[in-house]
Design a protein around this ligand. Structure first.
Ligand SMILES: *Cc1c(COP(=O)(O)O)cnc(C)c1O
Length: 426
């Protein structure tokens, strides 16, 4: 698989190199020179998830790393359920939260950890990642205990749910966590600054496990195929898919799936009031405002870093950005959507609820939609309980970390301070 740097097209790398580097020169994103098209979609849709995922990822990677390696990566990474659950006549939820940290990020993080473990065996690697919530847990869990890999996770202090924080700040061992006294965009800026600092980069062999890493996006393509496969068992039309979006890695993966030939009618990009993309889709001006904290905090991103890839796919395929529908919901609308789902008999959480409501607002007569369930309701217990006047039980994964002490240190959003901390502790 060959990829090029979207900012410097002359920089070309293999998949293995792209996984290790994360970003290209000048923070450019890597993008595939060629998107493989599957000519056996019907056959693929009839296969079980793991076998189908081997075929899909094999189409991208087998030439470079061999199909046997692909098979091993997939078997190790994808070992949990992903049911498509019907909510009402028009809508179903693809539940992507049955992995070890109860969020869809387990798919990408586990696949990436397997890739690094298999492809970079000779080297010591430091994972430096910023999280607005679920990435931290997924990455920490996926890399925990791997002896050649150290992990440092930055997150905005006080801006993620207490339980979410406990899932990745209590592990210790090779997992280091930093609460940054600012917002998620500041965390992303610090990560970017670290990657630009030659001393830090070379000494620690930095790697970002954020959704900018191409391995994570490839992994996520697989569940779009599963969504359509399950959908097609009871529908003859093609689904509209609504994606609760923050950094837009998830939507990027969906567009790759469609580009590979998967029948998806269209995508709905659903956000909270961090609505840079919906505004851009409606008026063509890219004008990020500062990040606002919302109930769906894993989507509190004002400058989504995967957006250049979305544009690159649309351009490569000769599609139009007009085919992507943008919907942004306020806090009140988010809570109303969560209540409405509950009244339909479906317990959800704020992120998925935004996507579910985006379908209701945009589905045309006769159409059916799938929204992606990106996190387990219990991960957002505070919001869910207060909105629905419930006291939902904690699953065992959360119960286990609830009373453990956080091992994080707090730092100001200043790169010099972070740099010192990194060089001293990693
Ligand atoms: C990360 C996350 C999102 C946003 O996904 P992107 O790929 O960054 O757009 C949505 N919901 C939840 C629960 C998340 O953790």
């Amino acid at each position: 698989m060959e990829l090029y740097n979207l900012k410097h097209p002359e920089q070309k790398v293999s998949f293995t190199e792209a996984v290790k580097l994360g970003l290209g020169r000048d923070r450019g994103l890597f993008f595939p020179t060629l998107i493989p098209v599957m000519d056996n979609i019907d056959e693929l849709l009839n296969m079980p998830f793991v076998a189908r995922s081997k075929a899909i990822l094999g189409a991208w990677l087998a030439q470079e790393i061999g199909q046997n390696s692909v098979d091993r990566l997939v078997e190790n990474a994808f070992n949990f359920e992903l049911p498509l659950v019907s909510v009402d006549e028009k809508r179903a939820c693809l539940e992507l939260f049955h992995g070890p940290t109860l969020a869809f990020k387990d798919f990408g993080a586990r696949f990436m950890a397997q890739c690094l473990n298999q492809l970079a065996v000779q080297e010591r690697v430091t994972i430096l990642t910023a999280t607005s919530g679920d990435t931290g847990a997924a990455v920490a869990d996926a890399f925990f205990g791997l002896d050649k890999i150290k992990v440092m996770v930055l997150y905005p202090k006080g801006k993620i749910s207490a339980l979410q924080e406990k899932m990745f700040t209590t592990l210790g061992d090779n997992i280091h966590t930093v609460a940054v006294e600012s917002d998620f965009d500041a965390c992303q800026d610090l990560v970017k600054a670290a990657f630009e600092d030659t001393e830090v980069r070379d000494e620690l062999h930095l790697n970002s496990a954020n959704s900018i890493n191409i391995s994570r996006l490839l992994a996520q393509i697989c569940y779009y195929f599963e969504a359509v496969a399950q959908f097609k068992r009871s529908h003859s039309d093609d689904p509209v898919i609504a994606v609760p979006s923050g950094n837009f890695g998830n939507l990027t993966a969906g567009l790759f799936a469609k580009a590979m030939g998967l029948p998806i009618k269209r995508f709905v990009a659903a956000t909270n009031s961090n609505d840079t993309v919906p505004r851009y889709l409606s008026d063509g001006t890219w004008s990020p405002k500062s990040t606002v904290a919302t109930l769906s905090n894993a989507m509190d991103v004002a400058e989504p870093s995967n957006w250049p890839r979305v544009e690159a796919i649309v351009q490569a395929m000769g599609w139009s950005l007009k085919d992507i529908v943008g919907v942004a919901l306020s806090e009140e609308e988010t809570q109303a959507a969560l209540s409405q789902l509950y009244q339909s008999g479906y317990l959800s959480e704020p992120h998925a609820a935004i996507a579910a409501q985006a379908l209701t607002l945009t589905l045309q007569p006769g159409e059916h939609g799938i929204f992606l369930g990106t996190a387990h309701p219990a991960k957002f217990k505070d919001v869910v309980d207060s909105t629905l006047e419930l006291d939902i039980p904690l699953p065992s994964e959360l119960e286990a970390v609830k009373d453990k002490a956080s091992l994080s240190v707090s730092l100001t959003p200043d790169f010099t301070v972070l740099k010192q901390h990194m060089l001293a502790n990693l």
